[in-house]
Design a protein around this ligand. Structure first.
Ligand code: AHR
Length: 654
């Protein structure tokens, strides 16, 4: 192989050093020596309510502040006429606020508009289900007009319900939109003079949620996540587990039971960045732990809940629950396992059954703490680990290696994780593309005897391009991921982060999927994840390039696996260089009568590393084509800046 001497750091060299002359590289795959099992959990999804990912995103509710529980109760609403917020004799004890609307005749009408999440996205011909809990204080009857209003305020779609009696009752109405508008509003008003009504939990959902579930998910976003074929689903965060303060840490028990009675929580991402304030960012918990477990099941992924370990975000308030007051946090973790797996005679298993899922969710693992560090974390993790192991020895425990991929916190935590004896260690890295390239061999030298690795949050951040989701970032992730797969004996799971971002309300970029109120955009990183997710293979095969694993020599990265279901050999090869590379691949260990019968290549390529997808125009996408094969050998001409997955069908018996 040609060697290069670059007067650059190894990291820079990874992008800039390309061979001056064309040369054919040789890769050898030992097809008769399968190694580590690639866990079905290997390529997964990490979900957090950041960037309006849940409320305003995956959770299909279109009304913001539907229960009037925001600290300023009319946030999201424009009241007109005589409208007041009350809490006497409420419908829901944990969400006690409601509105009283009086049409006292002094004004033309009385009611209120909801603005949704940066508008309400409505589509022509689609149906929307309005629901409300209402009563008439004088016990008589009152009409309520419901309108879907476009952004110009013209020709609303109208419906009506009649509310009877002074007991809180749920009413429902389906309206079909006759317009398409990303910034529509919902209007509720009292048309008749002299009527008064109380209303709470005013809600509007598309009828077509994913799998048509009530209280369901936005169909296009849920489908896009499903299409990744994820093996694990980590939720509900991220930093929101910890909270800005202990008072606002994610409490899963608040997120289950009747959706109307789940108390509001502040979203930890509301004021995180000084230049980006989101005073209207709260968690309704409408998408709560039951919905997370159900979604995991629906997408065929192992659920991975993460619980607070009694530390608020260490970047923010850094509040610590004293060790002698940790019991409620530990009990939350134990009860969560009961909620997921307990039989229906247990307290929490019974609630799961009442919510619609008598069968257990088969929870196998739990994360304790998110991005924690220092002794305060380890002390708490140890207590959690002991308690969980005592009651649920079969549950795998995931600890944290802190917020960085190396350095003091990381170096302190890894030995501590080994000492405590967690099953997996969650590593996080948001780094430049060059780091990802330089780290394709990161796990080659990891201790095989210690805890396994969960690469729980990672993404390539191209600072030179304002951290956009460009092709350079995605290509570097593809290259890095060859190293995850090659080390499948150590790395059991990996999840890109974050998953979702609303174009009009994001706090963090890059993100895997972007969306507005009408449609979504899959980034090049999404497609890299999908290519891996759909082509993981079952067991790793040794692949050597000129006698070594391909970890970036001459800009080439590669890994191989076998799919035990189909018998196919799967090669993943990345060329991060700006020149095409000729590669000759031979399959060693095929029987005399065996040969490559056919092969397909699914590939992504773009000459412009800065290229991005945009809403309505996804040009950086995978394409699949058949490729020529010759007996036991494959000759490839790898395009510059390309990522290809080759599936080889083998014919003949050994
Ligand atoms: O993914 C965004 C954030 O990054 C997560 O909430 C946190 O764990 C990390 O700092």
């Amino acid at each position: 192989m040609k060697s290069h001497i670059c007067a650059l750091t190894a990291v820079m060299a990874a992008w800039l050093c390309t061979p001056a002359t064309a040369q054919t590289y040789t890769m050898v795959v030992n097809v008769d020596q399968p190694g580590a099992t690639i866990q079905p959990t290997m390529y997964g999804v990490f979900f957090e309510d950041i960037n309006f990912g849940a409320d305003g995103g995956l959770y299909a509710e279109l009304v913001k502040n539907r229960s009037f529980e925001f600290p300023q109760p009319f946030v999201g609403w424009t009241p007109f006429g005589n409208v007041t917020v009350m809490d006497e004799n409420p419908a829901f004890d944990r969400n006690p606020h409601y509105v009283r609307i009086v049409n006292d005749g002094r004004l033309l009408r009385a009611g209120l508009d909801n603005e949704g999440y940066r508008g309400i996205g409505l589509k022509n011909g689609k149906e929307y289900r309005f629901t409300v809990h209402a009563r008439v204080p004088d016990g008589k009857q009152a009409k309520v007009a419901i309108e879907l209003v476009n952004s110009a305020g013209e020709n609303p779609v109208k419906g009506e319900i009649t509310v009877t009696g002074n007991e809180w009752t749920k009413y429902s109405l389906v309206l079909k939109s006759n317009f398409t508008d990303a910034h529509s509003r919902l209007r509720v008003l009292l048309p008749d003079k002299g009527t008064t009504i109380d209303m709470d939990h005013i809600s509007l959902f598309p009828v077509d949620t994913w799998k048509n579930r009530e209280n369901g998910l936005r169909a296009d976003l849920a489908q896009a996540i499903y299409d990744l074929n994820p093996g694990v689903f980590r939720f509900p965060g991220g930093c929101i587990i910890e909270g800005n303060s202990l008072a606002t840490h994610y409490q899963w028990k608040n997120s289950v039971g009747d959706v109307e009675n789940r108390p509001l929580n502040e979203n930890r991402w509301n004021y995180t960045f000084k230049h980006k304030a989101f005073p209207d960012y709260f968690q309704s918990l409408g998408m709560g732990f039951y919905e997370y477990f159900l979604f995991s099941e629906d997408i065929g992924a192992e659920p991975l809940p993460v619980v607070s370990c009694g530390l608020s975000c260490q970047y923010e308030s850094n509040e610590v629950v004293p060790l002698d007051q940790l019991d409620p946090y530990i009990q939350d973790a134990l009860d969560l396992i009961e909620f997921a797996n307990g039989d229906t005679t247990t307290t929490w298993g019974k609630l799961r059954a009442q919510m619609g899922h008598p069968e257990p969710f088969n929870l196998k693992m739990i994360g304790v703490g998110n991005e924690q560090w220092d002794k305060v974390y380890v002390e708490r993790l140890e207590i959690f680990t002991k308690a969980i192991r005592e009651k649920y020895p079969e549950i795998k425990i995931i600890g944290s290696s802190g917020p960085e991929a190396d350095g003091d916190k990381f170096n302190y935590l890894w030995p501590e994780m080994k000492r405590v004896g967690v099953d997996l260690v969650d590593e996080h890295y948001y780094k430049e593309p060059a780091w990802f390239l330089a780290n394709a061999g990161r796990y080659d030298s990891y201790d095989r005897k210690g805890p396994k690795v969960f690469a729980g949050e990672y993404a390539s951040h191209d600072h030179s391009a304002a951290k956009h989701n460009n092709w350079r970032a995605a290509l570097s992730e593809a290259a890095f991921m060859t190293g995850l797969e090659r080390n499948a004996d150590v790395v059991l799971m990996a999840t890109y982060a974050p998953l979702l971002a609303h174009f009009d309300a994001w706090q963090w970029n890059p993100d895997m999927i972007w969306f507005d109120n009408m449609q979504l955009m899959r980034t090049p990183s999404y497609y890299v994840q999908q290519m891996y997710g759909l082509n993981a293979g079952s067991r790793v095969l040794p692949l050597m390039m000129e006698g070594k694993p391909a970890t970036g020599q001459d800009n080439l990265y590669a890994t191989a696996s076998i799919d035990d279901n189909t018998g196919e050999i799967i090669l993943k090869i990345v060329n991060t260089g700006d020149k095409a590379s000729a590669v000759s691949i031979s399959l060693d260990g095929l029987g005399k009568k065996q040969k490559i019968a056919s092969a397909t290549c699914t590939y992504m390529q773009n000459d412009n590393l800065l290229a991005e997808n945009s809403l309505g125009n996804e040009s950086i996408i995978p394409r699949t084509r058949p490729i020529d094969v010759a007996d036991k050998q494959l000759s490839l001409n790898l395009q510059p800046f390309s990522f290809g997955i080759y599936r080889l069908k083998i014919s003949g018996k050994k």
